[in-house]
Design a binder for this molecule. Structure first.
Ligand SMILES: Cc1cc2nc3c(=O)[nH]c(=O)nc-3n(C[C@H](O)[C@H](O)[C@H](O)COP(=O)(O)O)c2cc1C
Length: 458
């Protein structure tokens, strides 16, 4: 990928929204030290859980079948995707104290699976989400380096910290880490891993563990696994600005993406790194059709399948903390107070009663004002009716070209709403249009993940 200039020769006319967001000078629309590359890289995010993927259509795959992974990654590689991502959860999701049966459950181990996928691909990056709280650094570093060597420099590590203690109950040490300590621990963890990858003798005495070890493997084609980070709190952003190559962000709307980019550039520069050192790939859903009207209908259809009556009630139950099964999904939001002191664990984060009471009251008022029943309300809350990247092939290509021109993002990490065929129309219809607009690579830049993300050599 080559660095572009602002304004790019191929940049589309910016919309009013984009112009208003570009508060910098013409040379620097976001931050004086940041130059947009004007290029996008795509990743595919195989979440394995959540209602974002529809698992009950006849063409839906199985979330643990080899065919689902192989077929999806082959399509992604055909579309010159930079990376194939696997999410991770180290405990089954639960709802009101029992496994959450409305969701698929149980994900295969990411590194085992990615090692197998390395053998049937040759260019696409292989990114494993791996938690720093419940792994040990030398052990994890060695396995990631093995994947990096096996794949010819295509491994990535999506560093996550997990914000709940209940996951820890599955581990020897239990839920041992305070929320505030997650990133101090993660940073020490990554430093030890980096020492291991450099083949150094490690003598680490830290707050959480003591390590005596020595790197035992040769460097990979990209030097070490590419470091991704997912976690958007200020502490998470600072951690990413200091240590990571890429951020997997939750900020897909144009204004949120621009603000997030500015925040990351400021933190990256403050950490003494180049303004463009950390790439940003927001998670996104793409729903496409030939025309805008067809896309509208398709989005409605997708949403209806993602959030059915049972999912809608379950969503509210997480906030109300009580059984709401007697309420009609076609009726108004429950007019009963929440019972929670802590959230249902499907939400992950701690959720206190006072907040729950305020939130449920606000939601009741909001739904009443908009004339929404439970089902309609839950569908809107689970994702806008029309997301950022839903629409006709041309409209979505134009919109993405605008993101690229502004330098708001470096690409997207796409969660397909259907597996394994959910990337087909993106690869067949959207990518050629992005290539025509000069914002998506015609081919892989190289053989390693770093090269294909446009990251400089180490
Ligand atoms: C886009 C995105 C994807 C994430 N994916 C995972 C995942 O697959 N597994 C996981 O355990 N945590 C995942 N996380 C959670 C983060 O690791 C972290 O626990 C959470 O965001 C809270 O951290 P924060 O307070 O810095 O935001 C993800 C977070 C984001 C923003």
């Amino acid at each position: 990928m080559t660095a572009g200039h602002w304004p790019l020769p191929t940049a589309p006319e910016l919309s009013e929204e984009a112009r208003a967001l570009a508060t910098g000078t013409a040379e620097h629309p976001i931050h004086p030290e940041h130059t947009p590359t004007g290029q996008l890289a795509f990743g595919v995010f195989f979440q394995g859980v959540n209602s974002s993927t529809i698992w009950r259509l006849p063409e839906s795959g199985d979330q643990v079948a080899w065919e689902s992974f192989e077929s999806l990654i082959r399509t992604a590689e055909r579309g010159k995707f930079a990376a194939f991502f696997l999410g991770e959860g180290l405990r089954l999701r639960e709802h009101r104290g029992v496994p959450f049966e409305l969701d698929v459950a149980g994900r295969p181990d990411a590194q085992t699976l990615l090692s197998a996928l390395a053998a049937v691909t040759s260019k696409i990056g292989l990114v494993a989400t791996q938690n720093t709280t419940f792994n040990d650094p030398v052990d994890l570093a060695r396995r990631l380096q093995t994947l990096d060597l096996l794949s010819g420099g295509r491994a990535g590590w999506n560093i996550v910290t997990t914000d709940n203690a209940w996951t820890g109950e599955n581990f020897r040490r239990g839920g041992y880490l305070d929320h505030a300590d997650r990133y101090t621990h993660a940073e020490a963890f990554v430093q030890v891993a980096e020492q291991f990858w450099r083949g150094e003798k490690i003598s680490h005495d830290g707050a959480h563990y003591t390590v005596r070890a020595e790197g035992t493997l040769p460097r990979s084609a990209q030097g070490r696994p590419t470091l991704f980070q997912a976690g958007a709190s200020p502490a998470g952003q600072d951690f990413a600005a200091r240590t990571s190559d890429v951020i997997f962000s939750p900020h897909a709307s144009l204004s949120a993406a621009v603000d997030f980019r500015r925040s990351i550039v400021e933190r990256t520069v403050a950490a003494g790194r180049d303004a463009g050192a950390v790439k940003i790939l927001p998670g996104a859903e793409i729903v496409l059709a030939e025309t805008e009207q067809e896309a509208d209908e398709k989005v409605r259809w997708v949403r209806d399948l993602q959030i059915g009556p049972e999912q809608a009630i379950a969503l509210l139950e997480q906030y109300w903390g009580r059984d709401l099964s007697e309420f009609d999904p076609e009726g108004p939001l429950p007019d009963v107070p929440p019972e929670v002191e802590e959230s249902g664990v499907t939400r992950g984060a701690g959720f206190q009663y006072a907040k729950a009471e305020e939130l449920t009251r606000t939601w009741r008022e909001e739904a009443k004002e908009k004339g929404q029943n439970i089902l309609e309300f839950a569908r809107v809350k689970s994702g806008a009716r029309r997301g950022e990247f839903t629409g006709s092939y041309d409209a979505v290509a134009d919109r993405l070209a605008e993101y690229a021109a502004l330098g708001a993002i470096d690409g997207l990490n796409i969660t397909p709403w259907l597996i394994p065929s959910g990337l087909d129309d993106i690869v067949d219809h959207l990518i050629p249009r992005l290539q025509e607009r000069g914002v998506y690579p015609e081919d892989y830049a190289g053989d390693t993940l770093r090269e294909n993300l446009g990251l400089p050599p180490l």
